[in-house]
Design a protein around this ligand. Structure first.
Ligand SMILES: [Zn+2]
Length: 313
């Protein structure tokens, strides 16, 4: 809940934009608009049987934009992980298109189960909404409304391990990591050289709310070894291979700086020196506040707290 309230303080403008990256590969950008929680980026891939949507956003406007970009031929949805800015749109999509098939890691069902992360979050929202200021209550209600449709957020197909899958007729290499949420899928479309990284790559900072940083370093090494030309991050603009290399260098430098016990402000400056070319002004303005929060709650927290997301069953 503290994270939710903190997020509300980082207000900025943003909007969905749509971009064809290659034949049959369409990017729908997420956003982080004033007074709202974010939507993650989405990617559409066209197979022989129609379109696959990777990540469904949180807000209706984002999910509608993704559905309309598929021109009525959406066949399947894959969620990279269970954070609501990538999963929440499933509920509305299922209500519109009951025949859609949903793919995700087993961590989605775990987070929705009794006493899983999303189930606890739902109870916190129920408790907090009656006494929250009206604007914050409205933001919280968006998530509560999604979590009250928990059954519609569950996948039809689970991807428990790295594997080759054909979804909507498109052949994909899927990787399974644990670093960000306990079950993070990345998807390599070899035909176009496009890799959808989910929140294993984000801007303006790495989102570390439920992260295990050492596992994250290993996941990025595995992604690095894949033959992609462009990478779609969970948040932020599409990256070239060189862009990703630069981003990863910043990530490693940020973690090294934190591990050496250096001041969060100094480490934020190191991060900014590597990635400053990407975020807009609003994104840049959020870097220090967000990193300061992650240093306190995770990166430079007492050992027990720092490793709490590294012990997921
Ligand atoms: Zn996200």
């Amino acid at each position: 809940m503290r994270r939710l309230l903190l997020t509300l303080a980082f207000l900025c403008a943003g909007a969905q934009a749509q971009q064809t990256l290659a034949p049959g590969v369409v990017f729908v950008s997420g956003g982080f608009e004033a007074g709202r929680q974010p939507d993650g980026n989405s990617l559409l891939l066209k197979g022989d049987q129609g379109w696959l949507l990777i990540d469904s956003g949180r807000h209706r406007a984002h999910t509608e934009a993704a559905l309309s970009a598929a021109g009525g031929e959406l066949r399947a949805v894959l969620n990279t992980h269970w954070h609501l800015d990538h999963l929440g749109g499933n509920a509305w999509l299922k209500s519109q298109r009951p025949d859609l098939k949903f793919w995700a890691s087993p961590a989605v069902a775990k987070s929705l189960a009794a006493d899983g992360w999303l189930d606890r979050y739902r109870r916190q929202l129920v408790e907090a909404i009656p006494t929250a200021p009206p604007e914050q209550a409205a933001v919280m209600r968006v998530d509560l409304d999604l979590l009250n449709q928990a059954e519609a957020l569950r996948p039809d197909h689970e991807v428990p391990a790295a594997s080759l899958q054909t979804i909507a007729g498109r052949r994909l290499q899927i990787g399974v990591e644990t670093a960000v949420s306990g079950g993070d899928l990345w998807v390599l479309d070899k035909a176009s050289g496009t890799l959808a990284a989910g929140d294993l790559v984000t801007l303006p900072v790495p989102f570390m709310d439920t992260a295990c940083p050492p596992a994250w370093r290993e996941a990025l090494a595995r992604i690095s070894a894949q033959p992609f030309q462009r990478l779609v991050p969970g948040h932020g603009p599409v990256m070239s291979r060189d862009d990703f290399k630069r981003w990863r260098g910043g990530f490693e430098a940020l973690l090294d700086c934190a591990d050496q016990g250096l001041h969060p402000g100094a480490c934020a400056a190191v991060w900014r020196s590597r990635v400053d070319r990407w975020p807009d002004d609003a994104g840049r303005a959020r870097v220090n506040g967000m990193l300061g929060y992650y240093f306190k709650t995770l990166l430079q927290a007492p050992t027990e707290q720092r490793e709490r997301f590294c012990r997921r069953p």
